[in-house]
Design a protein around this ligand. Sequence first.
Ligand SMILES: NC(=O)c1ccc[n+]([C@@H]2O[C@H](COP(=O)([O-])OP(=O)(O)OC[C@H]3O[C@@H](n4cnc5c(N)ncnc54)[C@H](OP(=O)(O)O)[C@@H]3O)[C@@H](O)[C@H]2O)c1
Length: 306
Amino acid sequence: MRAVLCTGYGPPETLQLGERPLPEPTRAQIRIRMRASAVTYSDCFVRGLVITRPLHLLARLVIGVRRPRRQVLGIVVAGEVDKVGGGVTAYKIGDHVFGLDGWGAGAWAEYKCMKADGVLAVKPESLSWTDAAAIPYGGLLALHFLRTGGIAAGQRVLIYGASGATGSSAVQLAKHLGAQVTGVCSAGNAELVRALGADRVLDYARQDFTTMDQRYDLVFAAVGRRYNPPSKLACERALAPKGAYVTVDGWNPKLTRARMEELRDLVVAGALRAVVDRQYPLTEIVEANRYVDTKRKRGNVVIAIS
Ligand SMILES: NC(=O)c1ccc[n+]([C@@H]2O[C@H](COP(=O)([O-])OP(=O)(O)OC[C@H]3O[C@@H](n4cnc5c(N)ncnc54)[C@H](OP(=O)(O)O)[C@@H]3O)[C@@H](O)[C@H]2O)c1
């Protein structure tokens, strides 16, 4: 099968299209004929491994010393079940699934095996493969951190970085949960963020929400510290009494099958839609990585596989 191989840590050009043997599912796994994946911040992070010294050593021990131990990257999965392990009852051949396999990776390939009880859900028929690949990553992160922040109906919620994969999901989910949403992004993305449901949009180049009069019950930094969001201390100045600050860099987000099914149901209910900036074929994985490395993508970058 064709797969994208990551032969060392480095820039997008480190990736090469190559051949790998067709993977065989174990008893507890399914094999998925991949239709689409995404290029996420996390994929690019593992590929580049640009990180400060002491953490760099630790990261290499966890991810792989000279190159990622899982040589095929790609954590977002959207495809058709084409083989099931002997112990699997939850899925059958032909099921359409989408989800995320953070530790197994391997989604930038024509086929991928993953545990049947992993972070997967049956894809709604109405959702295209492209859109299916744009839901899991930002959707799961947004759902987790909004919950961590104790989101509730009627709250004033500010989403910083509202046009990214996580931010664009967070705006929609917060709105769906009954919050009054302020999105912060660059001027060029204001219209998108408003269309996703934000009641108010601030341009971070001209308006510093941390020094304005408005107070919030929840401030969610939906872009991590590599994007230079305002500090925790500065964000806390904008909080109402008992308000909460959460960052997407928070520890150990809960990514589960139940949450993936919840996202699927929200898509079906029309509460969450995919935001796709660009789509590339698998053969243009280098270009797709270059674009994600700019930190300027709107929503998601999708890889069409077959
Ligand atoms: N906690 C965990 O375990 C965990 C796991 C995975 C990922 N993460 C974190 O999750 C984040 C995922 O990000 P993502 O994929 O959702 O982001 P993304 O889609 O890559 O974000 C791109 C967006 O960031 C915005 N942006 C860039 N610089 C900005 C700035 N200075 N201020 C405000 N917005 C800015 C851009 O909008 P404009 O052009 O409008 O500025 C663009 O639309 C990462 O930062 C990573 O640290 C955490």
